[in-house]
Every structure is written in structure tokens, then in C-alpha cells.
Ligand binder design. Sequence first.
Ligand SMILES: Cc1cc2nc3c(=O)[nH]c(=O)nc-3n(C[C@H](O)[C@H](O)[C@H](O)COP(=O)(O)OP(=O)(O)OC[C@H]3O[C@@H](n4cnc5c(N)ncnc54)[C@H](O)[C@@H]3O)c2cc1C
Length: 416
Amino acid sequence: MMEEEVVIVGAGIAGLATGVALQRLGIRALILEKSQGLRATGAALTLTSNAWLALDALGVAHKLSPLYAPLKTGFVTDVATGATQTISHAGAGKDGPRTVHRKTLLEALAGELPIGVIRFSSHIDAIETQLQDGSPIPVIHLSDGTVIKSKILVGCDGVHSIVARWLGLGAPVNSGRSAVRGLAVFPDGHGLNLQESRQFVGVGLRAGFIPLSDKDAYWGLTCLSSPKGEIMAAEPEVIQREVQENYVKDFPEIYKEMIRHCDFSTLTWAPLMFRYPWDILFGNLRKGNVTVAGDAMHPMTPDLGQGGCAALEDAVVLGRHIGNSLIKNGGLIPGKIGQDLDGYVQERKWRVSWLVTGSYFSGWIQQGGSNRWMKFLRYVFYKYLFTRIVGAVDYDCGKLPSVPFTSELGSSKRTE
Ligand SMILES: Cc1cc2nc3c(=O)[nH]c(=O)nc-3n(C[C@H](O)[C@H](O)[C@H](O)COP(=O)(O)OP(=O)(O)OC[C@H]3O[C@@H](n4cnc5c(N)ncnc54)[C@H](O)[C@@H]3O)c2cc1C
């Protein structure tokens, strides 16, 4: 049986960022990832000021911010009427948000970790606990037969988290909407302003694009789910045709261009899931020395673009509480870690429940249809509420503590 100080399940944004946070504290965490390499599903994502503060606390922001221009202005067009509202992205935070390639973000985080810390092709099948010195210790079973004992287990294994299920959290629910996302590539340049985003709102439909560089742009579309969506999930040509023929026929040419220039290797169609906020507030986010972060804790619809940002915040807050445990106790003491993990849960649960709720509400308003009432609500939303809701991103999750000593936490052991 292998023994580790900390095991993280999943090498997505949450898992890698948590690994980096612990690395900064001198704690080596083993990250178990079921895929053969880093998965950049979704092509790109927008990171708002809260995420940049978290990335700064992790010592990674400087690697990414020079690569991407901050967004300043957005244009939201009602497809039926052609009316366009202008919104300011600079409302929250000093700088506007930046949209980054997922692959670049994941590689920037992974680049901060020592070689060998991420173990690919490692699928977690089951979790149990064993008593060690009177304290329950997580024991993780991999599908290749490997068994790992760890003082702390952090589930960063996404929406369908095995760790969340083990904790007894309510299952994520399908919002009844789906998202299509991809990159559009223009080898000769697209000529768009890198600081402007475009959104198009139709009946039950919301779409948009954001240029990432002079030669590529991230585009996406959320729509009411159709049963066909599931079938199409693996076939990019079919997704492209379905979007062109059944969703964006009446859209301006500039949007159709995005879809024509789609890089098939990045094109995905997926249902939008979320966890009820009351399951987060009143559910078990920690049991013994096991907890969750990122989508494993708080899957949310993407309407505020906060799932990944919140995962970065989680990593810093969790790192701070584990770091404080280390400082207080002179090491990670299994019987004492639980109360520090509780501190993490208490600090996170209200904030992420609010983000889940705000995201759902925002999606409902923006995609809710074209009757006069919904149009009025949408007008009010963009005119008066948008900046306030987006204000939730103006949040500083704080820093990591500095650990005044180096402990022998970097090694893993093998015992029988
Ligand atoms: C359409 C859409 C648009 C979005 N836009 C934005 C945005 O603009 N800004 C933003 O901040 N967020 C956005 N999000 C949300 C964001 O994508 C997620 O919140 C974020 O990717 C969650 O990261 P994670 O690390 O928690 O989970 P994931 O990225 O899902 O990573 C989980 C990892 O765990 C691995 N794993 C799963 N099970 C196991 C297992 N049993 N054993 C081992 N490994 C396992 C998986 O392979 C995966 O690599 C969007 C989401 C969607 C759907």
C-alpha cells in the first residue's frame, strides 16, 4: 500500500490549483487523473478579477496575464429585433476579465508542480477509511489495483465526483439546457477588437464569442437541451451542422463565421449541470479528512462564468486552512486536520452557494424567452442588475500563509 500526505483526485483546474497551493506550503500532494494527459475540454474560459487574485496568490498570474488582453466592452444583441445593448466589462475589479485557452491555464498550473506529482491513467474506483492512531484515514482504491493511504483526500473530480458521492452530497441536476463550445481559427486573422465580446440572445438561446488572439476566438452557445444533444456529443461535424441549421440561421453573419471556422478538435456539446444550493449549504462537504473542491463541490451553470474562477478560489482557501494546520501542529496530524477542513468548508459554502444561485438566475433571465415580460426583465437585468451580480466577482479569497519551516512532507512511502 502506498502512503501519501495528501491525495487529490482530478487534474482539472481545481486539482492542479490545489496541488500548486500545497506545493507552495512545502506539501507534496499526489494528483490522480483518470485521463492519459491534461484535459482541456471546453477550449477556453473567462477569468474574472477574483480568479486573477487567486492565481496571483498561487504565483501563476504573471505567466498568463501578459498573453491575453482584458475585455473592456460587450455588445448584447437581441436577434429578433436587432437591438443591441452595450455593457462594460470593467465594472468589477481593476482590470476587465480575460478569456484564456484552457490548455494554457492547465499547463501553467501543471508547470509549477514537480515531475511525477500528477499520475495519469489513474482512475479512482472506491474510497474507504481505516483507523490510524485512533483517527480515520482515507484509503483510495484505483481501478489498476493500486491502494493509497493518505492523511487528506481532496476530491477535485468534477461534476460527477466519486468523492462527493462518498461524502453523501446530493447528485448534480440537469438544468435542462446544453452548451456547445469551440475555438474558431482564422489563419489570416479575424480583424476583431481583442477587448470586445459579442453576445446574441434569442428564444431559449444565448450565444457569443470572444477573440483570444489575432487568429482565434472562443465561441459558445447555450440552448434548451434536445435528446439529440447526447447522441451528437462525440461527433463534431454533426454538432456543427446542427448548430448551423437549427440554431443560428437568423444570426448575424459574423457569428456564423465563427462556426464555419470551428476547429473540430475543440468542439463539444454537453448538458449543463448544477447542484442545488441547499445541498451545498446543508450537505456534507467534509467527512473525516476528506473534502471536495471545484465542480465536485459546486457545479453551476456557466451564466456568470464562475465555475473555474471559484475552483481557483477554493484552492487558495483550502491551501490556507491546510497550511494553518501545518503551522499550528508542526505537521499534518490526522486527528487534527478535520477541524481545519471544516474551516475551509465554512469559508466557502455561502459564497459558492450564492454563485450557483446567481448563475442559475442569470441564465433563466437571459435565455427565458421573448414574451414582453421576459424582455422587460432582461432589460432590467442588463441595465440595473448585471453590474451588481457581476460585482460578486470582485472578491479576494486571500493569500496562502508562509510556512516558517520545511518538513519532510515531500515524500511518499510504500508499506505492506
Ligand atoms: C459551457 C461552459 C462554459 C464555462 N465557462 C466558464 C468560464 O467562462 N469561466 C469559468 O470560470 N468557468 C466556466 N465554466 C465552468 C468551468 O469549466 C468548471 O467549473 C471547471 O472546469 C471545473 O474544474 P474542476 O477542476 O473542478 O473540474 P474538471 O475540469 O471537470 O476536472 C475534473 C478532473 O477530474 C478527473 N476525474 C474525474 N473522475 C475521476 C476519477 N474517478 N479518478 C481520477 N480522475 C477523475 C477528470 O478527468 C478531470 O480531469 C464553464 C462551464 C461550461 C460547461
